[in-house]
Write a protein of this length. Structure first.
Length: 372
């Protein structure tokens, strides 16, 4: 060992690294497949690809990549403000909403503090807690749904952040909008609520909770959104927070000057105009969820009804099932790190992809010869 290791802050060596869904190319290379034959339903990406308007905007801008981006995301903030009915000073753009989660950790967490999240919450929350040497209080869910009363009860004087992903990943469930409003109203003064709405555009408009109203009312709330899912721009890394101006001002102090690249800004700006694409995405998702629900029912596999673009299905022995599916050129996500060793999480794909997944799953379960 050299100074590289011995001079590092000791807790850094104890941090774990995030295990992302593996890129198609890597899996294909390992198994000797042609990457074009592999179906990836592991990272909740948009099976329709990027928004076509975003794609055109990126092509137009490619020749200008020698220039630094607009560090303030002026036009994008303006467009978002108009679309969402908020002011520009209530908006913060980030390198994916994941960057914003980490920046919130930077602002609020340190040794001796904690964050509260559900046991089956997005893993990044827990990783950010350890990154800032803070605790992570994990609260059991009820029917795979955030138990808001239990979460409220779990808040201690040391709690700084409470994370509610809505819909939640990996369960796909949503909380009751009125219950969420009551939860926010009941927060003790030291607790800030982060509502992670990565999948919100996939909900029919009448089913979306009005979390932005909480921001307008000046409540201690950060609403997180992303261009990674409904807009199909996960590779660009761009997301945003809607928060009271004091929260945006804090985020601006801890970010890098050019944290959102120019290509991402241009693509996001165009994607915001692409309502037709979001409608198509939502329809594909609803059709896919209905198809998968029917097939799981037919196979006798319990699943969690989902409001997002993925489903948690109980196959038994999730990790083995994932490996066996991968050998059949379908990549889905094991969820044992979430304490769900008997489930797998499958992203809704195109109809052809969904059918290929179902066929492969049937094959895997038949080969195993035992019921879940
Ligand atoms: C996919 C996802 C995100 C999106 O993260 P980005 O960094 O914007 O790509 C955020 N939160 C949850 C719960 C997600 O599932």
């Amino acid at each position: 060992m050299t100074a590289i290791s011995t001079s590092a802050r000791p807790y850094v060596a104890r941090l774990s690294t995030y295990q992302p869904g593996r890129p198609i190319e890597e899996v294909a290379r390992e198994l000797g497949f042609d990457p074009r034959e592999v179906i990836k339903l592991a990272s909740n990406e948009n099976a329709l690809g990027p928004s076509p308007l975003a794609l055109a905007a990126m092509r137009d801008l490619a020749g200008r990549m020698h220039l630094y981006p607009d560090g303030d995301c002026f036009y994008l903030k303006q467009a978002l403000a108009r679309k969402l009915g908020v002011r520009e000073d209530q908006l913060f753009l980030g390198h994916g909403s994941n960057e914003i989660i980490a920046l919130l950790g930077h602002i609020y967490l340190e040794k001796g503090t904690n964050l509260v999240a559900s046991c089956q919450a997005f893993v990044v929350y827990k990783l950010v807690a350890s990154l800032y040497e803070a605790g992570c209080v994990e609260v059991p869910m009820r029917d795979f749904t955030h138990d808001l009363d239990a979460m409220l009860a779990a808040i201690t004087p040391a709690t700084r952040l409470v994370f509610i992903a809505n819909p939640n990943n990996p369960t796909g469930t949503v909380v009751d909008p009125a219950a969420l409003d009551r939860f926010i109203a009941a927060l003790p003064p030291q607790a800030v609520c982060v509502i992670d709405e990565a999948y919100i555009e996939l909900l029919p408009p009448e089913k979306r909770p009005d979390s932005i109203a909480q921001v307008r009312a000046g409540r201690p709330v950060f609403v997180l959104r992303t261009f990674s899912k409904a807009y199909g721009l996960a590779g660009l890394r761009i997301g945003y927070a809607i928060a009271p101006p004091e929260g945006v001002a804090l985020l601006n102090r801890v970010r890098q000057p050019f944290n959102v690249n120019a290509m991402a800004q241009a693509a996001a700006l165009a994607a915001l105009e692409d309502d037709a694409f979001v409608v198509r995405t939502r329809q594909m998702t609803l059709d896919g969820l209905a198809y998968l629900a029917g097939e799981f029912g037919r196979m006798g596999l319990p699943f969690v009804p989902s409001s997002a673009n993925f489903v948690l299905v109980k196959t038994g022995r999730g990790r083995e099932v994932c490996a066996a599916l991968q050998a059949r050129k379908v990549i889905v996500r094991p969820v044992d790190p979430y304490g769900l060793p008997d489930h797998v999480r499958v992203t809704v794909g195109t109809q052809a992809e969904n059918e290929a997944f179902v066929a492969a799953l049937q094959d895997v379960l038949a080969a195993r010869g035992v019921a879940p």
